[in-house]
Design a protein around this ligand. Sequence first.
Ligand SMILES: Cc1cc2nc3c(=O)[nH]c(=O)nc-3n(C[C@H](O)[C@H](O)[C@H](O)COP(=O)(O)OP(=O)(O)OC[C@H]3O[C@@H](n4cnc5c(N)ncnc54)[C@H](O)[C@@H]3O)c2cc1C
Length: 404
Amino acid sequence: MQLSIDDLPMFFGPEHHALAARLRELAPAIARVERVAGAEAARDAAAVAALAEAGLFAHVAPLGGQVDARALCLCREMLGYVSPRADSIFAVQGLGVHPLLLAGSEAQRAQVPAFAAGARIAAFALTEPEAGSDVAAIATSARADGQGYVLDGEKLFISNLGVAGVATVFAQVRGETSPGGRTLTAFWVPLDAPGITVTAQTAIAPHPIGALTLRGVRVPSEARVGQVGDGFSLALRTLDAFRVSVGAAAVGMARRAMDEALCHVTSRVQFGKPLAEQPLVAAHLADCAVDLDAARLLVLRAAHAKDAGAGRSATSAVSIAKLGATEAAQRIIDRAVQLFGGRGVMAGAVVETLYRAIRPLRIYEGTSEIQRTIIGRALVAGPLPDLASLRGEGGVAPPSDGSG
Ligand SMILES: Cc1cc2nc3c(=O)[nH]c(=O)nc-3n(C[C@H](O)[C@H](O)[C@H](O)COP(=O)(O)OP(=O)(O)OC[C@H]3O[C@@H](n4cnc5c(N)ncnc54)[C@H](O)[C@@H]3O)c2cc1C
């Protein structure tokens, strides 16, 4: 199994090569998750067990607090290739725990090793029926009542519900204010608390997901993560830490589709020769290769910049990577389905599963439109290109007789 580190080693350090070797060893065990018989829940549980056994959750819940973006990308590239289900459980574990790493109390941070080991699973509950892309519209409330808070509200499309035992829940605090008047705040909430109802949802992709209803849920003050009003910043910083890895998961899924298509077109004979020898089929493969390389380069540039501590300048590169890689992966997988003909749309075909699995990546952790908005804003906010000297402006007088 090829990983981007193989032909793009310049983006990685020596520790990443050891991780890549380990990921290759682990791939068959993770792939077996999808062959577990029974209901989806059985495969979700098998994915949790396989990831825990492999020790991979330590990459999304690092005890030192700092996520290694390139290691995370390597993991998600492998997981996307063998099991998009395991990939989503893995990544959302990181989203759930990251606010603790950023702002958790000592007692909250002391819980992180259990998540790094995969003994406990977390969720990240931001989205609501009326607050999707517009995070500021969150209506879930946390009423301060002296000893703690009482939470009421609805959360929608929350990944890992069904496998998680706890969630970072974002709510607007009523009855207390931050110095800046901000109220959005994160809470670390056990999902078996009285007043919580979890309702499973079914996505087109293999992906544990559900809705969360909170009715008079009492949590102690110690459940608050950071200060009142820190929630918006914690949510955005968490998404920023993981967004580039969505692109890496897309690369893994796209590469798998392309590999499946390559094997198919070299063996399937039509008009007396393998499909691969038909010029239009070769053109499809070439387009896939160009898209895949572009996606990989965008992802690795952004991950490298994040690890180098590029800060705000990485935000735009990360959005470009997420947008470019997920959109490219969608095109690659669509072409792979086309190359399989009727077999590509039969339920259970690998490319059919990938066709469903890739779709949510263009929506979650900031839709493609939101990434375009971020990129566009950064472009016009930055220094404008200096074209004056090329135009002959800026102090050098043009010839007056028109001879120049
Ligand atoms: C599989 C899956 C897993 C998810 N997991 C989680 C999770 O674990 N935790 C969690 O909190 N959330 C999760 N989400 C929710 C996800 O983050 C939201 O679906 C996403 O932010 C979009 O919100 P929305 O669905 O309400 O769409 P909306 O915000 O209503 O957007 C609908 C459409 O309008 C576009 N749009 C919105 N605003 C603008 C604008 N200003 N300019 C241009 N276009 C715009 C969007 O791009 C989109 O195309 C998940 C979603 C999916 C599909």
